[in-house]
Design a binder for this molecule. Structure first.
Ligand code: CO8
Length: 255
């Protein structure tokens, strides 16, 4: 396996743990990191000995606190960045998110792409992009809405409401919660069980469940991409991200 700069690959037999590794910025997803995740998943897809992947974050605080705001401040993520997200979503083996802390913005969208989300007791979920003058751009408006329903998705996306692990379990966003110290152990146990099951049936099951989930997703994602990109021409997007980096409250102008 290739050595990557922003992620760590930790093999456990037929299971690969992919660890987001920028803890100094709460594992914020810059474009090179998202490209590396996509690249690593291609390598894993081609390795017949690997049957299941766990995505998790380094450090105790975050799975990922979103796309990298310092990187996005200057310009919208380009087509290559969007392509990396599409490649991740197209991964053809079971993908488990072990959410060990904050899953915000793009971090939450990455978890939403996964097939199963497991959470630590300290996990928190949110789409706070509105605080920056933008909206989710990697599927959050679509996948979150399908999982939690329109009203809660609207509250989370329009008003930056965050969910605790318990709330996330109650609304079906995550399937289990574990103490922080045992999250990865339990994720590995589940991943190894899945990895030991009939491989063709596992892939067929994943594809079939996703067919139920993904109906109309492509059209919805296109609308989201267009709206997301359009906001990057606005003064409010520049103000929102500059205010975050300058650690002050933004002043919105509505243009
Ligand atoms: N990007 C860049 N740096 C970040 C990010 C981020 N998303 N989140 C945290 N950091 C950095 C902080 O700047 C800080 O750096 P430094 O120590 O150099 O000042 C460090 O991480 C620690 O963070 P804080 O000091 O802010 O820690 P706090 O405990 O005070 O706050 C929070 C933690 C609440 C998580 C706070 O950091 C925060 O609000 N972060 C931003 C969360 C956010 O808005 N996420 C959404 C980003 S936008 C997005 O994800 C759009 C996705 C679009 C994808 C489309 C692709 C095509």
């Amino acid at each position: 396996m290739t050595q990557y700069q922003h992620i760590l690959l930790e093999p456990h037999g037929a299971v690969m743990v992919v660890r987001l590794n920028r803890p100094q910025v709460l594992n914020a997803l810059n474009a090179p990191m998202v490209a590396e995740i996509a690249e690593a998943l291609v390598e894993i897809a081609l390795d017949a000995g690997l049957r299941c992947v766990i995505l998790t974050g380094s450090g105790s605080r975050a799975f990922a606190a979103g796309a990298d705001i310092a990187e996005m401040q200057g310009a919208a993520p380009d087509a290559r960045a969007a392509q990396s997200w599409v490649r991740i979503a197209g991964f053809n083996k079971p993908l488990i998110a072990a959410v060990n802390g904050l899953a915000l913005g793009g971090g939450m969208e990455l978890a939403l792409i996964c097939d199963i989300i497991l959470a630590s007791e300290t996990a928190r979920f949110g789409q706070p992009e509105i605080n920056l003058g933008i909206i989710p751009g990697a599927g959050g408006t679509q996948r979150l809405t399908k999982i939690v329903g329109k009203s809660l998705a609207m509250e989370m996306i329009l008003n930056a409401r965050m969910l605790s692990a318990d709330e996330a379990l109650r609304v079906g966003l995550v399937s289990s919660i574990y103490p922080s110290e045992t999250l990865l152990h339990n994720a590995l146990k589940m991943a190894q069980q899945i990895a030991a099951r009939a491989p063709l049936a596992v892939i067929a099951a994943k594809n079939s469940v996703n067919a139920a989930f993904d109906a109309h997703l492509t059209a919805g994602l296109a609308v989201e991409r267009e709206q997301f990109a359009a906001l990057f021409g606005s003064e409010d997007q520049r103000e929102g991200m500059t205010a975050f980096l300058e650690k002050r409250r933004p002043v919105w102008k509505g243009k």
